[in-house]
Design a protein around this ligand. Structure first.
Ligand code: FAD
Ligand code: AMP
Length: 475
């Protein structure tokens, strides 16, 4: 008879492993099937986020920021440095250690929570059975029985025919985390979140970076005033962002010859490396047997309702493999919600207050609606802004670029969106999320005492500015 669990989770990324831990906390016997194998050949938990996504990219963003600071920013503080040397190998090795420590930590948490880690590829069979095939091809497939199944198989980079990966010169985001030296000229297809983060890393380390973006608008999901301010900063830093540039062909020779078309016709650039960052698609390949009638939507995502229930009773799906933003914390919250629902408790995710962050310099972070969304929906609003350059703390830090923008409903004053471009935007956005979760008005934020001197004073002043009473600006 097949070994049985209360819950089997397919996929051990931030959606799946968090769901599993919460299921175990709630007293359910739980197993996680995961097929990820790290570059050292070892199976690893944590999925895209810990192995080739959020964590390694942030490790390299932080290292490259330190390098850039020493070379370009310390002098303003009266600190003179000697010759600064870069050891890309050591930088990548540090990133690998951070990843290994964290993925090892998840394995420890699994032990502590008595979660069984089934290493291999999971396939949903009829009757909530899950077949697990060892990832390395050794051994035969085993079948397990579940009371409930949670699909958390995540996503992978989209490839385009115009620029086929060769693993050396043309790579995707996985490969961009593994360069052994700094490419002189770096091309990036797609000026979205991942393209901008990767471009920032290698540009700070010395690459001449060109981003080719098919759309005419910079970061369409971002409030356009914030996006414009960010674009100016990135261009000042040397990122060459070309809009309306559709890549038609990339050929590897001594260099990579990238052909694209824009409003002026056919164009060509030569680069030493090319990163393809044109988005991600859900992992649903070989995920369910032919006789399993799991419904996918028109984009190939597993179709779910607001509680992440699929069309099959007892089968849920969470994270990047379902609708909504492809963000780690969104998947994790869905994981907690589903665990609670399976345990017969109330579970809920507020999709309206999910914070987004782009970890460039300055950082971009937002929650809630943008001005362009509200205009399109015909919602009346007031907005207030405040520049970091007018705060004492940002000036003391030599971090003058950026602003906070708060949008509130014209009649009720309820905060509808908060948009930040500037230093530590990723941390500051948490205040906005708390405020929005508690249905705060801009008046509530305006009346809260913020410590001086802090960057959070820009939030306070932006809230005051909604009703034209910011102190350190002419309203
Ligand atoms: P994943 O993390 O993709 O995990 C799914 C796991 O399931 C993987 O281990 C996969 O191998 C495994 N799997 C798939 N199919 C099967 C199967 N049939 N059987 C067994 N196992 C299977 N998000 C943020 O919130 N913040 C960031 O800063 C951020 N930075 C990013 C930077 C980069 C470069 C990239 C690529 C992504 C980044 N993301 C970030 C996105 C984030 O990584 C994803 O949103 C998140 O990992 C999704 O979690 P998940 O658990 O749904 O899926
Ligand atoms: P994101 O969705 O944030 O990962 O960003 C991916 C970006 O890649 C989007 O802004 C797309 O417009 C862009 N993109 C997709 N295909 C192409 C292409 N062939 N050439 C240039 N840019 C592209």
């Amino acid at each position: 008879m097949a070994k049985a669990f209360d819950v089997i989770v397919i996929g051990g990324g931030p959606a799946g492993y968090v769901a599993a831990i919460r299921c175990s906390q709630l007293g359910m016997t739980t197993a996680v099937v995961d097929d990820f194998v790290y570059k050292d050949g070892e199976p690893a938990l944590g999925g895209t986020c810990l192995n080739v996504g959020c964590i390694p990219s942030k490790a390299l963003l932080d290292s490259s920021e330190q390098y850039h600071k020493v070379n370009h920013e310390l002098e303003a503080h009266g600190i003179k440095t000697g010759k600064v040397q870069l050891d890309v190998g050591a930088m990548i090795a540090r990133k690998d250690r951070v990843v290994k420590d964290l993925t090892g930590g998840i394995a420890q948490l699994f032990k502590a929570n008595k979660i069984e880690w089934l290493k291999g590829h999971g396939k949903l069979l009829s009757g909530k059975q899950v077949e697990v095939t060892p990832a390395d091809g050794s051994g035969k497939a085993e079948v397990y029985q579940a009371e409930h199944v949670i699909i958390a198989t995540g996503s992978k980079p989209i490839d385009i025919d115009a620029a086929p990966l060769d693993g050396e010169r043309i790579v995707n985001s996985d490969g961009a985390l593994e360069f052994t030296d700094v490419p002189k000229r770096l091309g990036i297809i797609g000026a979205g979140v991942i393209g901008l983060e990767m471009g920032s890393v290698w540009s700070r380390l010395g690459s001449k970076v060109t981003l080719l973006e098919a759309q005419d608008t910079f970061l369409p999901p971002v409030d356009q005033r914030v996006a414009k301010m960010a674009q100016k900063e990135f261009e000042r830093q040397g990122l060459d962002i070309r809009f309306g540039a559709r890549v038609t062909n990339a050929k590897v020779g001594k260099t990579v010859s990238v052909h694209y078309e824009d409003k002026d016709g056919k164009q060509n650039i030569q680069v030493d490396k090319l990163i393809v960052c044109v988005g991600r698609r859900p992992n649903t390949g070989n995920l369910f047997a032919e006789d399993v009638d799991l419904l996918l939507d028109e984009r190939g995502l597993v179709n779910v309702d607001e509680h992440c229930r699929t069309n099959l009773p007892g089968v849920y799906a969470i994270g990047d493999v379902v609708r909504g933003p492809m963000l780690a914390h969104k998947g994790s919250e869905e994981g907690v919600m589903v665990a609670e629902l399976i345990a017969g408790r109330p579970g809920h995710v507020n999709y309206d207050t999910i914070p987004w962050v782009i970890y460039t310099h300055p950082e971009i972070a937002w929650a809630g609606k943008t001005e362009q969304q509200l205009k399109a929906a015909g919602v009346p609003f007031n907005s207030g802004t405040f520049n970091f350059g007018a705060t004492g703390r940002a000036r003391a830090m030599e971090e003058k670029a950026g602003m906070v923008k708060i949008i509130a409903h014209k009649e009720t004053d309820r905060i509808l969106g908060v948009h930040i471009v500037g230093p530590q935007a990723s941390e500051l956005i948490a205040e906005a999320v708390v405020a929005m979760e508690f249905h705060a008005s801009s008046e509530d934020l305006a009346r809260i005492i913020h410590a001086h001197p802090t960057l959070s004073e820009a939030m306070h002043e932006a809230a005051l500015s909604v009703s034209k009473r910011a102190i350190h600006k002419a309203n």
